[in-house]
Structure formats: structure tokens, C-alpha cells
Design a protein around this ligand. Structure first.
Ligand SMILES: [Zn+2]
Length: 312
């Protein structure tokens, strides 16, 4: 069975690269850092959700589509069972969570600070409509909001949809399976493949122009913002003395995300602060990237690889 792994969203990968190349003293740094923290936490919550689903799949047959996307919608998860489909909005936030179905209001209070947020119940309403339009109304579609942070305290008023903690997911799935046990069944694989085919092809992202100078260098993976020095085939960190042969790969990914997907020897030297043209040539050759252009103006095509770990 082909299981779809959840991938880190492009926006998170992009913002992490931008954060790594933005000086901590720059005015946009604090907001960017907060955005990365929030997105990392969101992704970590979705991974936790996938784990609970994987465990549940050991006892019950169903299919999970993580991060279902169309041009206008992004659904955190779609779970296809034989007699119903569950659409999930995953939230990884802590504090007192207030949802009011009459006022359509959603906010949380954390450390005395009240923050309004997009109402997941309204998001689900939109998503349910979309999925109904895509697959028809032969099968019940149920929207559920799942909070993955165990410290969140839920205060829910007048909400018809289920709003639960992640730990309660197997219970709710059991309840739904039991409720729909005599309902007509669907071909799970057919619906799974059909929904997958409705997603547009992966978008090619062109990096926007960044209005401030980016930090240059190859940074130590363990000491943020510390430039490594290159000598005798290795990058060395002056702070922790760690030595790495491939530290430039992350710098090249940053370049691809923030500037462009191809790089010349000169651009590589400018971006990494490397002096020697020969060293730059040796490093770029060792990457095994596809090359375009002629000998004098050769450009290396940087493939897309997600090299950063989730920080949450
Ligand atoms: Zn270091």
C-alpha cells in the first residue's frame, strides 16, 4: 500500500532559510522568528496526528491523505473510511481556547494575552463544501477539529462539529465506525486515488526579491550564525571545532530557496564567502548537480532537498 508521507510545507522551509540568512539585529527578524516557530509547531502537531492515525490503522482499514491541497483550499488531513470520510483541521496551540458557534468567534488566552484566530469550524465548513463538490454526496463527510497540544483547555459553545483533543481521536473514530456500520460502503482506494488526482501538480516557486542584504557564508549546523572556514576539503567551525565535508549543501539549499535554482561559480563564492575559484569548482563538482550552459558560463542546477529539521 502506498502511504503518503507528510512533507514540511514550502512556506516553513522558505521562512527557515530566510531566518538563517537574516541578521538577528535586523528589524524583520523577531516577526520572522515567530512565524517559523508557529509553523514548526503546526507541522509538529500534524505529525503527531499522523502517528495516532498510523496506530489506529493497525486495527481499522482507512486511508489518510495528509495536507490535501487545491488552488483555493488546504486541508490538514482527509481520512477515508469505507462508509464515511473525515476532514480534519489540526491545531497545535496551548492556553484557554474559546470557540463560539453563534458569534463564529475563535480566540485563545495564554498568559493573560487574548489572541483572535481563524475559526477552524468555519474552515471545516468551507472544506466540507469543497470535498462534497469534488466527490459528490454518496458518502457522509464529517469535519473534526483536533487539538494536539495536551495543555490546551477547550471551552466550546454551540459548535456542532466535534472539537477534540488528539488523545480522543481513536474513540471518535470508533464511535463513527459504529454509527455508520450499516451504511452503504465505498471503495476506499478508488476515493483515495480520485482525491489525489484532483490536487494540482506541485507548484514551482520563484523566490521573491528580498529587500535587505542576506547573511553570507556556510554556517555551522550546531552554532547558529557562525561561519565555517574551508580548508583541505572540509568546513571547520571556529567555535565548536566541528569539521564537515558537506556543510555547503545547506547553504546551496538556502540559495535555491532565497535567490534562484541555479548557481554559477562566482555566485557561489559570493554567497559563501569562499575566496578560491578552484575550491568553489571542486565543491560544486562534488555535489553532482546537473550542469547547464557552456564551459565558461556553467551553471549548476540545485535540486530541491529539505535539509533542515523541524525545530519544534
Ligand atoms: Zn560550531
Amino acid at each position: 500500500m502506498h502511504i503518503i508521507e507528510r512533507r514540511r510545507p514550502y512556506r516553513l522551509i522558505y521562512q527557515q532559510a530566510l531566518l538563517a540568512r537574516t541578521s538577528p539585529s535586523h528589524k524583520s527578524y523577531p516577526l520572522l522568528k515567530e512565524k517559523v516557530r508557529r509553523r514548526s509547531a503546526g507541522f509538529a502537531g500534524e505529525i503527531q496526528f499522523d502517528r495516532v492515525c498510523a496506530e489506529y490503522r493497525e486495527e481499522m482499514q482507512f486511508r489518510l491523505i495528509p495536507d490535501f491541497k487545491t488552488a483555493t483550499h488546504q486541508i490538514d488531513a482527509i481520512c477515508i473510511f469505507s462508509s464515511f470520510i473525515v476532514i480534519v483541521e489540526v491545531k497545535n496551540i496551548s492556553g484557554h481556547i474559546h470557540m463560539d458557534g453563534t458569534k463564529r468567534q475563535f480566540f485563545r488566552i495564554l498568559n493573560g494575552v487574548m489572541t483572535g484566530m481563524t475559526n477552524p469550524d468555519d474552515q471545516l465548513y468551507r472544506h466540507e463544501k469543497l470535498v462534497r463538490r469534488l466527490i459528490g454526496d454518496k458518502v457522509p463527510i464529517i469535519g473534526i477539529v483536533v487539538f494536539t497540544n495536551p495543555s490546551a483547555i477547550l471551552e466550546i459553545k454551540n459548535i456542532k462539529r466535534r472539537v477534540i483533543h488528539l488523545s480522543g481521536l481513536p474513540f471518535v473514530f470508533d464511535e463513527l465506525v459504529s454509527h455508520y456500520r450499516t451504511s452503504p460502503t465505498i471503495e476506499i482506494e478508488q476515493y483515495f486515488n480520485s482525491l489525489l488526482s484532483m490536487q494540482p501538480p506541485l507548484q514551482i516557486h520563484t523566490p521573491p526579491l528580498i529587500s535587505y542584504p542576506l547573511l553570507e557564508g556556510v554556517f555551522c549546523p550546531d552554532c547558529p550564525y557562525t561561519k565555517m572556514n574551508y580548508s583541505r576539503n572540509f568546513w571547520r567551525c571556529p567555535l565548536c571545532a566541528r569539521k564537515r565535508a558537506d556543510a555547503h549543501l545547506l547553504a546551496l539549499q538556502d540559495y535555491r530557496l532565497l535567490i534562484g535554482s541555479t548557481i554559477s561559480n562566482l555566485e557561489f563564492r559570493r554567497f559563501t564567502g569562499l575566496q578560491s575559484r578552484t575550491n568553489a569548482w571542486t565543491i560544486l563538482q562534488s555535489c553532482g548537480f546537473q550542469k547547464i550552459g557552456n564551459k565558461k558560463s556553467v551553471r549548476y542546477v540545485i535540486p530541491e532537498v529539505d535539509l533542515r529539521k523541524n525545530s519544534d
